[in-house]
Design a protein around this ligand. Structure first.
Ligand SMILES: Cc1cc2nc3c(=O)[nH]c(=O)nc-3n(C[C@H](O)[C@H](O)[C@H](O)COP(=O)(O)OP(=O)(O)OC[C@H]3O[C@@H](n4cnc5c(N)ncnc54)[C@H](O)[C@@H]3O)c2cc1C
Length: 495
């Protein structure tokens, strides 16, 4: 095969779109399960994008906050690269059609947990992801170098001469091989492998599983961030997010008796780091208690400031202006994934990764709020520009198809999700992790999700110290980890 094959980008979220747009004029085939960002985490993002552009703020301060949140497990060079590129990333998004919320002459800047400055650029109040995705999707649709094919599932990688040279698609049961000059995985996170998540159901690590089947290295699989305030809908798996910004303007977390649950636990109270609040909420739920977010006293313009939260709550019969919002902890973001270099290269020649599926070290052991959309834009653009300049590759050898394999059936999938939630949720112990591994053992031959879940559990078992979002209740406390939660609760696995 000659080297005029397209770049194949798997994933139509923010990372995939930024990569595809930046690769112009090289031909790109963009693959996604649904059209125009539907089903992506990017579209659900509420808070916004971090950029140190406000008065008194600096790149150094953004770097410092990111490293602190990440428990210094981050790659400092990449963190600086991220923070330094933020202002230009915001300008680029504006040039590509996003209208961010303004404050007089400049952009309105919000503040979120872990940030020492107001630096969150947002659009449509709490509809930031949807607004940016709408603008980028329109650009991608009209870009002549992009052939966007939605309604497809990439389920195998093609290897040639020891290099990733294409993907196999499944479209309504029909298979097609697509050869490529480079394959970019922009397939998002793994939240949907847990029983409770803020992620869309498609955030199931399918890209990770593809790369894993082909022998790619994985890194930091155990680092999963849990969000403390997902809307607690009984029996639901994918839960709507109730943005942290509500606590930023004064909403309080309360137990079933109306007692403020963060009082006395951390100097920042309800705005303590996300992992600490999530553990507290999880503990309350594990012992049968309920937690709600009380926003009744807030003097805010709900329709303008929190239109997404308001509409979602009202849609479930909860009026947050007059009733406390029931909340649950939920799996939110995966810091681990495919280790990549500055340009998004994975350990497999010809295979790249960007966005949440990648582990490029910017988030360390715990992501700072609003840094992940920034990562998608900054590293997506870098990768797209790199691929644009790449020399064509000539393939001559025979092809080898590496399949991800069958997926779990619904009962097994439910068991997997419950197992990960109980064993690898916000609070972990060796005993529960081992029990989780044993529970999944019979499932390993039945579906790729089990193999992925197993690698997460094994990584969590291996890391015996608590750091960032990885909390081992049986660990010797790590000096950079923060306040221990109430230890009086036992954490047995329930199925
Ligand atoms: C509710 C919520 C709120 C958030 N709020 C913020 C925020 O305010 N700020 C912030 O910085 N971050 C936020 N995050 C995190 C952030 O949204 C995500 O980390 C980021 O959007 C991930 O982008 P991505 O492009 O990597 O993946 P996604 O946006 O999830 O896109 C993945 C794409 O891959 C496709 N795909 C997956 N597997 C396959 C396959 N096998 N074949 C074909 N296509 C496939 C999917 O169809 C989808 O198009 C939030 C996350 C959630 C869930």
């Amino acid at each position: 095969m000659r080297g005029n094959a397209p770049i194949v980008v798997v994933g139509g979220g923010m990372a995939g779109l930024c990569t595809a747009l930046a690769a112009a004029p090289r031909p790109v085939v963009l693959l996604s399960r649904a059209a125009d960002g539907e089903g992506s985490a990017s579209t659900l993002a509420q808070g916004g994008i971090a950029a140190a552009i406000g008065a008194g703020d600096s790149i150094d301060a953004h770097v410092a906050d990111t490293l602190l949140a990440g428990a210094m497990h981050n790659d400092p060079g990449r963190v600086r690269m991220l923070a330094a590129a933020a202002a230009e990333a915001i300008e680029w998004l504006q040039e590509h059609g996003t209208e961010f919320d303004r404050d007089g002459a400049g952009l309105q800047l919000g503040r979120e947990g872990g940030h020492h400055h107001a630096r969150i650029v947002h659009a449509g109040g709490d509809a930031s992801g949807a607004r940016v995705m709408a603008a980028l999707s329109a650009e991608a649709r009209s870009a002549t170098h992009i052939d966007w094919r939605s309604g497809v599932e990439a389920d195998a990688l093609v290897l040639r001469d020891g290099r990733v040279a294409g993907v196999r698609l499944d479209q309504d049961g029909r298979n097609e091989i697509l050869m490529s000059s480079a394959v970019v995985l922009a397939t998002g996170g793994v939240g949907a492998l847990f029983a409770r998540t803020t992620n869309p159901v498609g955030a199931n690590g399918s890209g990770l599983a593809l790369a894993m089947a082909a022998g790619a290295q994985l890194q930091d699989m155990e680092f999963v961030q849990f969000h403390p305030t997902a809307l607690d809908l009984e029996e639901a798996h994918s839960l709507p997010l109730v943005t942290e910004a509500l606590r930023g303007v004064g909403a309080r977390l309360r137990d079933g008796n109306g007692k403020a649950i963060m009082d006395g636990l951390h100097p920042l109270g309800d705005l303590a780091p996300r992992d600490i609040v999530a553990r507290r909420v999880w503990q309350e739920n594990q012992t049968g208690g309920t937690v709600s977010l009380d926003a009744r006293a807030l003097e805010i313009h709900w329709e303008r400031a929190f239109p997404t939260v308001l509409a979602t709550c009202l849609g479930h019969g909860i009026d947050p202006r007059h009733m406390p919002i029931p909340v649950s902890a939920a799996a939110h973001f995966h810091m681990g994934g495919l280790p990549v270099d500055d340009l998004g290269r994975t350990s497999l020649d010809g295979l790249y990764a960007v966005g949440e599926v990648a582990c490029n070290g910017v988030h360390g052991a715990n992501r700072l709020a609003s840094n992940s959309l920034l990562e998608c834009v900054v590293f997506g653009r870098r990768l797209g520009s790199h691929l644009r300049e790449q020399q064509s590759v000539r393939h001559d050898g025979g092809c080898l198809l590496v399949e991800r394999g069958a997926g779990l059936h619904s009962d097994d999938l439910r068991l997997l999700r419950e197992t990960l939630w109980q064993a690898a949720g916000p609070i972990r112990t060796a005993q529960n992790l081992q029990h989780g591994i044993d529970t999944l053992a019979p499932l390993l031959a039945r579906g790729w999700q089990a193999r992925l879940g197993q690698s997460l559990l094994a990584a969590a078992l291996r890391r015996t110290t608590s750091i960032g979002a990885h909390w081992r209740d049986d660990a010797v406390i790590n000096p950079v980890s923060r306040s221990r939660p109430n230890r009086s609760i036992s954490h047995s696995i329930r199925h």
